[in-house]
Design a protein around this ligand. Structure first.
Ligand SMILES: [Zn+2]
Length: 83
């Protein structure tokens, strides 16, 4: 993930709050580990249907590790692409 993408995720996660974007979520020490977890979740049959929301890794502004969550929409990405 490039720096701009990471910054975008950090802004969105900070705005969503610790409870929602960190809290009880699984924590991954590296981006690679979170990518693998997201890849595995995205293989689940429940996501192999039209319109299913995919999962994606993101860096966490609260614990400095990585989590996996619902992929952001284009609109959300645009919203958080700038401070
Ligand atoms: Zn966290």
């Amino acid at each position: 993930m490039n720096k701009a993408e990471a910054q975008m995720h950090l802004r969105a996660a900070a705005a969503a709050g610790q409870g929602k974007s960190c809290g009880a979520k699984n924590k991954y020490g590296t981006e690679k580990a979170a990518q693998i977890a997201a890849f595995r979740r995205n293989r689940h049959p429940s996501r192999q249907v039209p319109g299913a929301v995919m999962q994606e890794p993101y860096p966490c502004p609260f614990c400095d590790r990585w989590h996996v969550g619902d992929a952001m929409t284009k609109t959300e990405r645009k919203r958080w692409s700038r401070p």
